[in-house]
Design a protein around this ligand. Structure first.
Ligand code: PXG
Length: 458
């Protein structure tokens, strides 16, 4: 950091040179550029104007242990002084990479004992796409190449991971999806169940995957990928019947099952991994975000035994990897982060204590709110659906932009929730205190009151 630059200078420099992700560059600039975030402690961040903001999104669904953890900083410092970098390409490894690979094999479900490191969720999912196709070639089934995923799924922004994702606006740039990527309906009960019993709806949504497999021919389908709970697509929580049915369908048609745990992993659902919450045994798991609580970039692909055995025994050299695969500093931070989660019992706390407490407080503040159609959550992830008519679930006009109106009110009220279509979603640090949950519920109430007033309801 250059001490001579004022915050105003920094904002001007950013506006002049920094192209932000998922941002309309011109619009941001016209609105005066970005808010400068300067500090974080626990569940709170500060901006350059001195505002203290409750971060109910844990950064971008990732700061699971909260901000300002000395253990993580110390681990990075120690590793940088000892060995700031060495690669894993040429018959070499480093102590943190070796230790973390064993730790991940220990904490992930049985049957996932090998790991391939990358730097982002997108890269990890691209790695899986190559592994799946390589695997089926090795198995003598070279036509099994198609991927099936869900509408509103989010798997990253590289060419392949955007193709896996089910976001039409993302496909509209870059001529995507690539060929061989197919999308089916998500288990979005609130929007799509139409009064059907939720468990029956869960099975119906799972069978959309089976229908797609049959339509394409099982001999042409390599894998199905899904987030246990769809995060960026609006926190879509499937009925309990959904995932077991998906597992059955994948087994029956010899389709590999990929659980994208980038958001769900590392305690967010009140289990170490979403696959455990829903009782599935995937062939691959994508890990990122909470693996280091976002302090440094790191991702990992957990590879199931049947695929790993084939890749190892029959695959020869795997021509794939990133300069920073298994970066020792990132791996050291991940180990320190996992140690904090274990020592403080944050996974059980999300399930048994703060998860249910936050849900209860949100219900007390919002259940009777005129524009709140549903509050749903699992562990420490959830969504608030905004509707014009609570009974009929009719939406406000405007093409799913009401969430952004509510999000902006939250932002002004110094609480960060994310607007997705006509909902507000949250994913706070697993360390959120009861008092912070109270504050979050109060600020969400105030922001939704203001939103309702904008919409002419209150
Ligand atoms: N899978 C899932 C389930 C994700 O949520 C990725 C993969 C890609 O990870 P990387 O590290 O390549 O970003 C993600 C990322 C949002 C938002 O606005 C969500 C993500 C990323 C950026 C923004 O909700 N999720």
């Amino acid at each position: 950091m250059t001490a001579t630059l004022t915050n105003l200078d920094l904002k001007k420099l950013d506006d002049a040179h920094h192209l932000h992700p998922f941002t309309d560059f011109k619009e941001l600039s016209a609105a005066g550029g970005s808010r400068l975030i300067t500090k974080g402690e626990g569940s709170w961040i500060w901006d350059s104007e001195g505002n203290r903001i409750l971060d109910a999104m844990a950064g971008l669904w990732c700061v699971n242990v909260g901000y300002g953890r000395k253990e993580l900083a110390d681990a990075a410092y120690r590793q940088m002084m000892e060995l700031g970098f060495y690669n894993a390409f040429f018959k070499t490894t480093t102590p943190p990479a070796a230790e973390l690979s064993a730790k991940l094999a220990e904490i992930t479900p049985d049957g996932l004992s090998k790991v391939f490191f990358a730097n982002s969720g997108s890269e990890a999912n691209d790695t899986i796409v190559r592994m799946v196709r390589h695997y089926w070639n090795l198995k003598g089934k070279p036509t099994k190449k198609a991927f099936i995923s869900r509408v509103h799924g989010y798997h990253g922004t590289t060419m392949a991971s955007t193709s896996l994702g089910g976001m039409p606006v993302m496909h509209s740039q870059g001529d995507l999806p690539l060929s061989g990527f197919h999308h089916v309906m998500p288990p979005y009960t609130y929007e799509l169940a139409n009064g059907m019993d939720p468990e029956a709806f869960g099975r119906l949504a799972a069978r959309a995957v089976e229908q797609k497999i049959l339509e394409l021919g099982a001999e042409n389908v390599g894998a199905f990928i899904g987030e246990p709970i769809q995060g960026a697509g609006g926190v879509l929580i499937p009925p309990d019947s959904y995932w077991p049915e998906i597992q059955r369908i994948c087994a029956e048609h010899d389709v590999l099952l990929i659980a994208d745990e980038v958001i769900c992993g590392f305690g967010r659902l009140g289990q170490w991994f979403g696959s455990q919450r829903y009782g599935i045994k995937p062939d691959f798991m994508t890990l990122a975000k909470g693996i280091t609580s976002g302090y440094v970039p790191l991702s990992a692909v957990m590879v199931g035994d049947r695929v790993a055995e084939t890749l190892i025994e029959e695959g020869g050299e795997f021509y794939h990897g990133f300069t920073y695969s298994g970066h020792p500093v990132a791996c050291a931070v991940a180990l320190a982060n996992i140690a904090v989660i274990e020592r403080e019992g944050l996974v059980d706390r999300a399930r048994d204590d703060i998860g249910p407490y936050l849900r209860g407080r949100l219900e007390e503040e919002l259940a009777d709110h005129p524009i709140v159609g549903e509050i749903r959550s699992e562990g420490l992830i959830g969504a608030i659906e905004i509707v014009k008519d609570k009974r009929t679930r009719e939406r406000f006009p405007g093409d799913g932009k009401v969430g952004l109106v509510a999000r902006d009110h939250c932002f002004r009220n110094n609480v960060i929730l994310r607007g997705i279509r006509d909902s507000l979603v949250f994913s706070p640090p697993l360390t959120l205190s009861h008092e912070e949950a109270d504050e979050m519920a109060r600020l969400a109430r105030r922001s939704l009151d203001e939103t309702a007033r904008d919409l002419g309801v209150l």
